[in-house]
Design a protein around this ligand. Sequence first.
Ligand code: DGY
Length: 327
Amino acid sequence: MTEPRPRVWVSQPLFDDVIARLEEYFQVVSASDVAEYTPEQISSALSEADGALVTLNERIGAEQVAAAPKLRAVANVGVGYNNLDIPALSAAGITATNTPDVLTETTADFGFALLMATARRITESERWLREGHWRQWSFQTMLGADLHGSTLGILGMGRVGQGIARRASGFDMKVLYHNRSRLPEATERETRASYAEFDELLAQADHLMLVLPYSKQSHHILGAAALAKMKPTATLVNIARGGIVDEDALAAALAGGRLAAAGLDVFEGEPAINPRLLDLRNVVLTPHIASGSLATRRAMVSLAVDNLIAALGYGPSAGSPPNPIRA
Ligand code: DGY
């Protein structure tokens, strides 16, 4: 008798041809439509699974781990993994993996695009034009802020932060960064970025880009007090995680003229958007698409597939997935 193949749950429809690689080793149960799961549905989907390939939508916490006695590996399609309770997974001996590197440049490109759209009021002026407000060319129409020659603050100087710093030097920007730990001198030289304390970063930045991971420590790190330390002419761009910014405080600062504009790709309760943000014109809102080029999204799924195959003990890297998350 042949052993049954391990069972793997794929939580969302991804790229069929990429996911098909799992079928060489596993019995694959795949969502056929984009799905929004309750915690109980996730527990039930995992109850018979040996492995899972999930996105940031699926939260796997202690409750799901307890309901999944056979689960040995969870491959997250994404670099951020705040949807996974890593201590609970590792206490149960379950390997968790993510997909760094493959999305770095695409995400940095998007961060820059969002910064430019925000500082130069691109979406706001397009909406204004479509609404028929443009009667005559004028010197005063939609005046924005320059990128060239300005100071860019980067909060979180991992791979994406460094990618943004490299792009900024092409725009002749001065780059300051703040990070849990200071970068090696050679990396600072190569990215032309200088370390600043958090408060100094807030005070100096003409544009502030958030690229740090979400954690208890970074929850609402951009709250009323931090926002009050920024220049009233500054723009804020968040491509990290919504919970890093206190959205009510941000909306109040934007509405009160204490901050010029914000570009937000991520939201605390996404896909729900704080209605106070929706009411403002000086905010550019995008639906969490920073890594969303076709090539990069395919590469992310492919890397997650490699991780899952290896974490479950198959394929050329059996037992050594490329991107284990350390507890
Ligand atoms: C990530 O990878 O963490 C992004 O937010 C989703 O692509």
